[in-house]
Design a protein around this ligand. Structure first.
Ligand code: 5AD
Ligand code: SF4
Length: 465
């Protein structure tokens, strides 16, 4: 262990008599990776005696885990910080100290600027240095304001505790597990390569151990996360490089783990081993998030996506032959600089060809520092809004068609949490839909057979068979 990590790992002395337990409130913005990071920060803080709370009023520490992917993210954070400043003052007047931390991608992008614009903030920590958060908080308590947005040399995952086997806090039935972070693709619209840095893959052993601990804690379904998850290439036990396909075959061997998913993938990195895993592994759910962003070859080129629509469609065919019941999901950007009505029509055409079960679509948002921001021919706001509306109408129609096609089918349902009505639970279908069914709370975590009976806007209904 290095000296630095010895310092990082030494917890504060806390008298755990209830009155002295500290509470942390974490507000998570953005993607699933932030959700995972928030859990890991919460684990790291638990060592220092912090318990999570859902009530900001009783928090001794408030963390904003921020996202920078689209516009106004930073402004949203600054206005939230304004409200927190008032709360901090009010609590101080009552003799209660409250610390404020900003983490995540806005922290990385803004750094010192946050301390300048938001004097109530105590610590600013980037996504690569979460493991130093407890240490930073101790320094903050001594009156220093801390900014730590370096790309740490040590491996943060080695330092972020996840509870010992058998002692894990309940995490529910489904969990995220980050296996890969950062991105080397440099799509011209995207800030990720700048905020999360270049691609890093965690080694196999670390991932398997974490997965086993999660399963030990009651998790039945694990979603592997990475900005470019299918580019993951971690070191295997003997130092040889593994691919994501290899990793999925290995994780599928864990007893008690029922379901595997992974997200987000880049079309360029869907190799045959991974596609093969979709036909071989029953534990690998038939759902794939495979963003294409645009259906126009000209725009794909300008976005530096490094594939054509024909290549994307051929890939989808190949995946569907390997796993015919696979549901596809995607991301789209409308109004990328230079996008004409014709380009946009190509996007609609591609959507018609693919038929998505689900999709996310966004207006292009200029990110300072990305090549897209320098391009001429920025598309006017009204045109972006109009195209987004048309695209979303089509995607919604496809989503509903997909849901309706499920009616009458008998499926495996993983029971996840209490439903809206007493006596009901919400479960997840293999295709990631929420399904309401009559079941007992004691069945949470079970996988049962149900028949889909109907649909509503965002969920399905089912009867136990
Ligand atoms: N503007 C709009 N959407 C963006 N995304 C990423 N960067 C931008 C941007 N500058 C979208 C992409 C990506 C998803 C996570 O967010 O569709 O796949
Ligand atoms: Fe951003 Fe492109 Fe990397 Fe995805 S692949 S994180 S869109 S640069």
């Amino acid at each position: 262990m290095t000296q630095e990590s010895a310092v990082l790992d030494a917890p504060d002395t806390v008298v755990r008599d209830g009155s002295n337990t500290r509470k942390v409130f974490i507000k998570t913005y953005g993607c699933q990776m932030n959700v995972y990071d928030s859990t890991r920060m919460s684990d790291a803080l638990a060592k220092d005696g912090y318990e999570p709370t859902e009530d900001m009023e009783e928090a001794d520490l408030v963390l904003l885990n921020t996202c920078h992917i689209r516009e106004k993210a930073a402004e949203k954070v600054y206005s939230a910080l304004g409200r927190l400043r008032d709360m901090k003052k009010r609590k101080a007047a009552d003799g209660r100290a409250m610390m404020i931390g900003v983490t995540g991608c806005v922290a990385q992008a803004e750094g010192e600027e946050i301390l300048r614009r938001a004097p109530a903030v105590d610590v600013v920590i980037g996504p690569q240095t979460y493991h130093r958060l407890p240490h930073a908080l101790r320094r903050a308590k001594e009156g220093q304001r801390v900014v730590d947005t370096e790309y740490a040399l040590e491996d943060k995952f080695e330092h972020l505790p996840i509870a010992e086997k058998g002692k894990i806090r309940s995490r529910g039935v489904t969990a995220f597990l980050t296996v890969q972070e950062g991105c080397d693709k440099f799509c011209t619209f995207c800030v990720v390569p700048y905020t999360r840095g270049s691609e890093v893959s965690r080694p196999v052993q670390q991932i398997v151990e974490e997965a086993e601990k999660l399963v030990d804690g009651g998790v039945r379904e694990i979603t592997l996360l990475g900005q470019n998850v299918n580019a993951w290439h971690g070191a295997g036990p003997n130092g040889q490089a593994w691919s994501l396909g290899d990793l999925l075959y290995r994780l599928a061997e864990i007893p008690g783990l029922a379901r595997l998913r992974y997200t987000t993938s880049h079309p360029r990195d869907m190799d045959d081993r991974l596609i093969g895993a979709h036909s071989d592994l029953r534990k690998l759910m038939p759902y794939l998030h495979l963003p294409v962003q645009s259906g126009s070859n000209r725009i794909l080129k300008a976005m530096n996506r490094r594939h054509t629509t024909a290549e994307y469609l051929a890939l989808i065919d190949k995946i569907r032959s390997a796993r015919p019941d696979i549901a596809l999901s995607g991301d789209f950007i409308v109004g990328f600089p230079g996008e004409t009505e014709e380009d946009f029509a190509d996007t609609l055409k591609l959507v018609e060809d693919v038929r998505y079960a689900q999709a996310f679509s966004f207006k292009y948002s200029t990110r300072p520092g990305t090549p897209g921001a320098e391009l001429k021919d920025q598309v006017p706001e009204e045109i972006k809004a109009d195209r987004l509306e048309r695209l979303q109408a089509l995607l919604l129609k496809q989503q509903q068609e997909f849901a309706e096609a499920c009616v009458g089918k008998v499926i495996d349902l993983l029971l996840e949490k209490p439903g809206r009505m007493p006596g009901q639970l919400i479960g997840r279908s293999p295709w990631l839909q929420s399904v309401n069914v009559d079941a007992k709370a004691s069945q949470i975590g079970d996988i049962i057979n149900v028949r889909i009976t109907g649909t509503s806007t965002n969920s399905l209904f089912a009867d136990v068979v």
